[in-house]
Design a protein around this ligand. Structure first.
Ligand code: PMP
Length: 437
């Protein structure tokens, strides 16, 4: 441990909302992250949900080494072979007619590119997003995000409407309890039509609203959303930043739902930890955009090195049967979490799919008031005991843990994580009982 370096981090880095810097981290492998005291911590968030193959999977390391020796970066107008290969491979994975990709860096960027294309092709500019959504921090993506902090950054892009999210545990329109009948969508679309200036462009949605509290919309929700989009001549954009490439036990949420969007954005889970994202659409939409002069020129569009990592991710998911594994391990994790649900009144609900799970902490199961204090205490205690978990800090979104370990996680690691969670919950509840308030 280097106390001076910790001090330097505190003195010279800009804080971006990540909390106090009380230590630094030195390495990561598989499901484990090691801090500057040599402590090993189980990583149940796969980094920032990106390390789906586990940290530094040998296939990713090999791809990076190969890429570094071959071509790290090229002029954006030169298409590298690796990018052509990744485009071809993705087209094999994707539901038809999604066959064309644009490779960029982050999730925010892929949504920027998607919204630019939807606007250009439709000629409109009105965008609908769901309450509790998170599509990124750049201009248009942030404008369409409602789980993130919007105050203090000036005006957002005009034309964005928000519709109430399908959150039957805490229905935003106070209508349902536990069974969403999609009145939220009906009300939302009615409000949109009332406010519309006649220039509809797109509806953008996460198939599982992750930052919003791991909300899984009810059966039929996206079929209906697609038809609402079609009725208005809008494009449906699925933001599959967290759901693509196996995390939820399917290739994509789109394949699982049987709903193919007009445009899909993928990011986090594509790069194996490297910044790689894509916007994907059909021949028809790509052609229409091209005819109108669609441009998305950035310094790192179509970069060769991350494309090799993307190829390695797809190949490894296939070779190691990680989609089936996510389903199997997800089932195992859910069962373990269900035992905690039986044990603790403070767990209100367990939601999610595959290896993307949410645990909603409440003061009591009747009022469902979010138990923020318990969430923060337990998260801190988990970290002390060697488990890294993520909790939402915004009170209006509840106190929800997000659990998303790498798809390569073992049963023993899941057992250990749940054991730590159990202990941390027990100790935190005891502490709160001793010192209420
Ligand atoms: N979409 C979703 C669903 C996300 O969860 C995130 C990141 N949390 C983003 C987009 C933005 O991605 P990035 O942080 O890579 O810009």
């Amino acid at each position: 441990m280097d106390e001076e370096l910790r001090e330097a981090a505190r003195d010279h880095l800009i804080r971006y909302g990540q909390g106090d810097i009380d230590k630094l981290y030195v390495s990561s492998t598989g499901t484990t992250v090691t801090d500057d005291e040599g402590r090993e911590i189980l990583d149940f968030t796969s980094g920032q949900m990106c390390a789906t193959l586990g940290h530094s999977h040998p296939a990713i390391v090999k791809a990076i080494q190969m890429g570094a020796g071959n071509a790290i970066h090229l002029f954006s107008g030169m298409i590298p072979e690796a990018v052509a290969r990744l485009g071809q491979k993705l087209a094999e994975w994707l539901p038809k007619p999604l066959t064309r990709s644009l490779f960029v860096n982050t999730g925010s960027e892929s949504n920027e590119a998607a919204l630019r294309m939807a606007k250009m092709v439709t000629g409109g500019y009105e965008v609908i997003a769901l309450g509790g959504s998170w599509h990124g921090v750049t201009g248009q993506a942030a404008s369409a995000s409602f789980a993130s902090e919007r105050r203090g950054y000036g005006p957002k892009v005009p034309g964005v409407s928000v519709i109430p999210e399908p959150y039957s545990y805490r229905c935003p329109i106070g209508h349902c309890r536990d069974n969403c009948d999609m009145s939220c969508m009906k009300v939302g679309m009615k409000m949109f039509d009332m406010a519309s200036e006649g220039a509809p462009a797109a509806i953008i949605a996460e198939p599982i609203l992750s930052a919003g509290g791991v909300l899984v919309p009810p059966e039929g929700y996206f079929k209906k959303l697609k038809s609402e989009a079609e009725k208005r001549g809008m494009m449906l954009i699925f933001d599959e930043a967290q759901t693509a490439f196996g995390r939820i036990g399917h290739k994509f949420a789109a394949t699982q739902l049987g709903v193919t969007p007009d445009i899909m954005s993928v990011s986090k889970t594509l790069g194996g930890g490297l910044p790689l994202a894509a916007m994907i659409t059909s021949d028809k939409i790509e052609e229409a955009a091209h005819e109108k002069g669609y441009a998305y020129y950035t310094s790192h569009v179509s970069d060769p090195l991350p494309a090799l990592a993307g190829l390695a991710v797809l190949e490894t998911v296939e070779e190691e049967n990680l989609i089936e594994r996510a389903r199997e391990m997800g089932g195992y994790l859910r069962e373990a979490l269900e035992t905690l649900l039986q044990k603790y009144e403070a767990i209100g609900e367990i939601r999610g799919q595959g290896l993307l799970m949410g645990i909603d902490l409440v003061k009591d199961r009747e009022s469902r008031e979010p138990h923020l204090e318990l969430g923060l205490m337990t998260t801190k205690r988990c970290m002390e005991l060697g488990l890294s978990m993520n909790i939402k800090h915004r009170p209006e979104r509840g106190a929800v843990w997000r659990i998303a370990p790498p798809l390569t996680v073992s049963k023993a690691e899941l057992d250990k994580g749940v054991e730590i969670l159990d202990q941390a919950l027990r100790e935190s509840l005891d502490e709160l009982a001793r010192n209420p308030g």
